[in-house]
Write a protein that binds this ligand. Structure first.
Ligand code: ZN
Length: 286
């Protein structure tokens, strides 16, 4: 009798603790998108490289979160519960060995721009920063994602790139080689928040907002086929493959950004089927 009474108390305590466990879905690797599930928390903070990022749940208690390309191996997160309670946990992030990619035959002024190009470059950066800062309370991302064009992957996310012999910043997306004029499709449902523009680096570009701070980017288009403010469905044609901006041949640059963190867009492809594990939110904090 006494044992079963004790078990009743311990077992219900264990069950309560289990229910409080936070679930993380996705690969703990640099540049990956994660889904965090926890109905009891109202904010998760990722202490990403350089800047901390705050993520908030939707009504189902799902947070989208991204690991920076250069996320440290020992990665801290803060889990905010009721009131002011917060638990810090360390995640072990698997480092990625990024490839070096040499790209030659690019117009030299796109590699070593002069002062006159700076105004153009500033306009591009300002527009991009503005759009990638959007945090709409929508969950279009739940439609799931598809690769926007079929073709050979000609450049991976995260590559360290050398243009015409000059080292430049790491690759912020995935390049897919396809013939000029091939239709590019929206990788998921969303709202078009930028279209066209003929930018210095990205050329004609379309950006789709999928809600919760998540956007996908389609660059170097020959032509954009959508207008800003337009709603699009997954698979709908949004533009044509081209080589506008800094490109040495026809391809689509497909990018993804969450809360201003660029991550590998290919980690969107299994967004609703990622492997999950539980993280006990009651475990030791630091
Ligand atoms: Zn690219």
């Amino acid at each position: 009798m006494r044992f079963s009474a004790i078990c009743l108390i311990i077992c219900s305590l264990m069950a309560a603790q289990k229910a409080a466990a936070l679930e993380i879905c996705g690969d703990l690797k640099q540049g990956e998108l994660l889904l965090v599930k926890d109905k009891k928390s109202w904010q998760i903070t990722f202490f990403n490289n350089l800047k901390e990022r705050k993520y908030y749940p939707n009504e189902e208690g799902v947070f989208l979160a991204a690991l920076h390309r250069d996320a440290p191996q020992k990665f801290k997160i803060g889990i905010y519960g009721a009131g002011k309670s917060v638990v810090y946990k360390d995640l072990q992030i698997e480092p990625t060995k990024w490839d070096i990619q040499r790209i030659n035959g690019v117009q030299q002024h796109k590699v070593t721009p002069n002062k006159e190009h700076q105004t153009e470059i500033d306009r591009e950066r300002a527009d991009l920063n503005q759009v990638l800062a959007l945090k709409t309370e929508a969950d279009y991302w739940q439609s799931g994602f598809m690769q926007p064009v079929e073709g050979r992957i000609s450049g991976n996310f995260g590559n360290q790139r050398i243009f015409n012999g000059i080292p430049k910043s790491p690759h912020s997306g995935t390049d897919i080689a396809a013939a000029a004029g091939t239709p590019v499709r929206a990788s998921a449902d969303g709202i078009v928040v930028l279209s066209g523009k003929d930018y210095f680096y990205t050329g004609n570009m379309v950006i789709i907002d999928h809600g919760r701070g998540l956007q996908t980017i389609y660059a170097h288009l020959q032509e954009a086929k959508v207008t800003e403010g337009q709603g699009v469905k997954k698979g709908e044609v949004i533009g044509l493959v081209g080589s506008t901006g800094r490109a040495n041949g026809a391809h689509l640059h497909w990018g993804a950004s969450l809360n201003g963190v660029r991550f590998n867009p290919r980690s969107l492809l299994n967004i609703n089927e990622k492997k999950c594990f539980k993280l006990d939110s009651k475990a030791e904090g630091k």
